[in-house]
Design a protein around this ligand. Structure first.
Ligand code: NAD
Length: 360
């Protein structure tokens, strides 16, 4: 199979973790005999420095034509006080918007080797293997009317949580299809005891569920979900949520994994006729300027994002599993970076990459 991948290394530790992720992808292509066509592009602070724009037109065009995009991270302290359209983050929001990625998937796994890295008790975290599917382009963060009006005691602020049936249906289909490929359990999160938006959400998700009789659906209130995520995370397989609930719950769930450097993400748009998803794949962490350029960053979030790319955009489950198995083995062997607090000397970013490649 031909895999046309755009690589946007970005800022800070972005290029370091992306380098290892690309090496892993190259190894997978070699091992499973795929033709890998890589293209590189600029985004974020580095793009502003070199072209004056956080999302140059060439990058945008390349993303629109590539099969999938792998992104490192964006953000540099030197742009912290820059005007909004001259900030690295603008590039990230711009590319998400251009690709129309409305579904954000965050897999969270508790690897046995990392149980001690989580602040939660081992017996709670052990066996956690869930994916949060968060709606990314609607809800409270985008709804109108919004704004701050008036003055004095009458000054008021308004945000609107808005979802259309079509928006709920398309994200629900993503979650149900994903559940079908996993343990066939879906928890749909809402606040239907209070919010009309949630009542529509619950109704539409229940309707979509009739097309997936093989998937067990439960509706769970967001407050209970927040509690269950730390009390009994093993009960979850796929968790479907609207934008703001997902923003909050996915950070809470990240604690289960031990380090932010471990977490991959996939943001998916439409599905191509082949069944492949238009996708943007990136580790959850930022550019970590405090450790950039030191070969210390954990590349496993970026490498996990490559596994997600293989699975969702290319439908290559065996290849994705090979990458995930390599991650697990390398963790078991203790070849880990400093953020995972190894007993002995921490491995460097590139040593973790070497170890992964040796396992594939
Ligand atoms: P951050 O995720 O960059 O760093 C938070 C902490 O986690 C730091 O101590 C860092 O050293 C550590 N860390 C992060 N990734 C790690 C890894 N792979 N290995 C080891 N340690 C790691 O978040 P921040 O410090 O709040 O933000 C720094 C910059 O990144 C800001 O400019 C911010 O806007 C940007 N940012 C970008 C993204 C993105 O590109 N998706 C996401 C979040 C933050």
């Amino acid at each position: 199979m031909q895999l046309r991948v755009l690589v946007l290394a970005g800022d800070g530790i972005g290029p370091e973790v992306t380098r290892e992720a690309v090496r892993v992808l190259q190894r997978v292509a070699e091992r499973f005999r795929h033709e890998l066509v890589l293209q590189e592009g600029l985004i974020g602070g580095e793009a502003i420095r070199r072209t004056g724009s956080p999302l140059p037109e060439a990058t945008l065009q390349a993303a629109l034509t590539a099969d999938a995009t792998l992104l490192g991270a964006v953000g540099l302290p030197e742009f912290d006080n820059a005007p909004p359209d001259q900030r690295p983050e603008k590039g990230l929001l711009g590319i998400r918007k251009a690709l129309g990625v409305f579904a954000n998937l965050r897999p969270v796994r508790a690897y046995p080797r990392l149980l001690d890295a989580s602040p939660l008790k081992n017996d709670r975290v052990q066996g956690t293997d869930l994916v949060i599917v968060r709606e990314l382009t609607g809800g409270l963060y985008y709804g109108t009317p919004r704004g701050i009006f008036g003055s004095g005691p009458e000054e008021r602020a308004v945000n609107s949580m808005v979802y259309t049936r079509a928006e709920i249906e398309r994200i629900a289909h993503v979650a149900f299809r994903l559940a079908r490929n996993r343990r066939r359990k879906l928890a749909s999160v809402d606040k239907s005891n209070v919010l009309e938006v949630s009542q529509l959400w619950r109704r539409v998700v229940s309707e979509v569920a009739t097309q997936y009789p093989d998937v067990e659906l439960e509706h769970i209130l967001v407050d209970n979900c927040a509690m269950q995520l730390v009390l009994n995370p093993r009960r979850f397989d796929v968790v479907l949520t609207e934008n703001m609930f997902g923003d909050i719950l996915s950070d809470e769930a990240a604690v289960l994994a031990g380090s932010i450097g471990m977490l991959p993400s996939a943001s998916l748009g439409g599905q191509r006729p082949s069944g492949a998803w238009v996708g943007l794949y990136e580790p959850v962490h930022g550019s970590a300027p405090d450790i950039a350029g030191q070969n210390r960053a954990n590349p496993l979030g970026a490498v996990g994002s490559v596994a997600a790319m293989l699975e969702y955009s290319f439908g290559l489950k065996e290849e994705a599993a090979a990458v995930n198995r390599a991650i697990e083995t390398v963790l078991e062997k203790g070849v880990v970076t400093a953020d995972l607090r190894p007993a002995g000397k921490p491995a460097t970013t590139s040593e973790v990459g070497d170890a992964l490649i040796a396992e594939i």
